[in-house]
Design a protein around this ligand. Structure first.
Ligand code: NAI
Length: 386
């Protein structure tokens, strides 16, 4: 794939429009397709406004020049000349499968088909195609023009020869690609689960309140946002659904168990910032509650969540989901963690991290707190992850 390759995008929502912008700014002709003309119109207007802003700020030379690379379509026929199609429609397997099967009828024989799904199996999407070997996952993060990370996910059917080209293309687009095995949540949405789940568990157990847990993770842990602030920001409709999908896809492994606290927020329509209320209340005039700045309590909270995060990263390494480098890159570029979790484990001490998990396991007798076999192996002689 080169700059001359035309890119087709299916779905002109938040992700599709963002990916389209990235591709056009990298010099490609882009066909943006949506089956909803209102959504397409909205994307057209917002892309024009964004490009104008970028020109005003001096980030691009000419908004018009980039604008001319776009065509907007409400029919898939316009994909005939594309070399790569990226799908970013609603997160429903049956709908995605139907779209991939239809698209295959209009694209050229060597056109590559990619899905931006966050949580569905690329292998099952590929299975809907006559040529499943041309299908892969290209998982961008929100907002796509800003977030550097792209997870490239080969399905088990994907022709291995396609992956270096995809990696090269993402580099040309100014992105940081990592390769992830086609397993639930890929890298980021798997490894990050305890950041949310363990924080909620600590809250439900009454160990600390919401602002105190957020304070511990930002002030002691150095994370940009506390888990509750972040969940409210992402929206519980998105964050809870990813947790539930990952849990189900892992055959109900208790490590990924969703919480009633978050489910109730979703049921109440308290989706977070966008609805004015979530774990926090964002109504005007409301004062945010203060944390209890107790260093001993804060450290206990931070170390518990960190140990669970490290365990996920180590287990993902153990099970071949990604390399050490890609795991570290994914968590620092995809969710802006202050450092890679394996490096954090090295610095903290593999033995200390294991001790923390084992003490949780002994306290609760729950499989949720089982340490990864690799962590246990590394702890013998305190070997570092490299
Ligand atoms: P969105 O709801 O903003 O946009 C989806 C668009 O797809 C809508 O404009 C809709 O009209 C269109 N659409 C739905 N069915 C269609 C069909 N059959 N044919 C053509 N167009 C169709 O959704 P969003 O947030 O952009 O997500 C899209 C995909 O990207 C999902 O798979 C999601 O899991 C994934 N994703 C979302 C992220 C996020 O933070 N929003 C992050 C990374 C991935």
């Amino acid at each position: 794939m080169t700059q001359n390759t035309s890119i087709g995008i299916i779905g002109s929502g938040a992700m599709g429009a963002g990916i389209a912008q990235v591709a056009a700014m990298a010099g490609h002709k882009v066909v943006l397709y949506d089956n909803n003309t209102t959504a397409l119109d909205k994307a057209k207007k917002s892309l024009a406004a964004t490009l104008q802003k970028l020109q005003d700020k001096g980030k691009i030379a000419s908004a018009d020049e980039v604008q001319q690379r776009f065509s907007f379509a409400d029919k898939t026929g316009s994909f005939a000349d594309c070399g790569l199609i990226i799908e970013a429609i609603i997160e429903k397997l049956e709908v995605k499968k139907a779209v991939f099967s239809d698209i295959e009828k209009v694209v050229s024989a060597d056109c590559i088909l990619a899905s931006n799904t966050s949580s569905l199996s690329i292998t099952s999407i590929a299975a809907a195609c006559n040529k499943p070997e041309r299908v892969m996952g290209l998982h961008f993060f929100n907002p796509a023009p800003v977030m550097a990370l792209v997870e490239i996910i080969p399905a088990i059917q994907t022709a291995p020869g396609l992956i270096p080209g995809a990696k090269e293309l993402m580099l040309q687009w100014g992105k940081t690609p990592v390769i992830a095995k086609d397993t639930p949540g890929f890298i980021v949405n798997r490894v990050a689960r305890p950041f949310y789940g363990e924080a909620i568990r600590i809250l439900e157990e009454g160990i600390a309140d919401i602002p105190t847990i957020d304070w511990a993770m930002t002030e002691i842990g150095g994370f940009r946002m506390g888990p509750f602030t972040l969940m409210d920001y992402i929206g519980h409709d998105v964050n809870y659904v990813v947790t539930e999908t990952v849990f189900q896809s892992f055959f109900y492994d208790p490590r990924y168990k969703p919480s009633f606290s978050q489910k109730r927020l979703l049921e109440a329509g308290w989706l977070g910032r966008k609805s004015g209320k979530g774990f926090y209340n964002y109504a005007e005039g409301t004062t945010m509650p203060d944390p209890t700045k107790d260093l001993v309590l804060g450290t206990r909270i931070f170390e518990r969540i960190l140990a669970m995060l490290i365990n996920e990263a180590v287990d993902a390494l153990y099970l071949g989901v990604a390399s050490v480098n890609d795991l570290e890159t994914a968590m620092t570029k995809g969710v802006n963690y202050p450092k890679g979790l394996l490096q954090w484990c090295n610095e903290w001490g593999v033995d200390k991290c294991l001790e923390k998990l084992d003490s949780l396991y002994h306290e609760y007798h729950e499989d949720r707190y089982r340490a990864s076999t690799l962590l246990r192996k590394q702890a013998v002689g305190n070997k570092k992850f490299v």
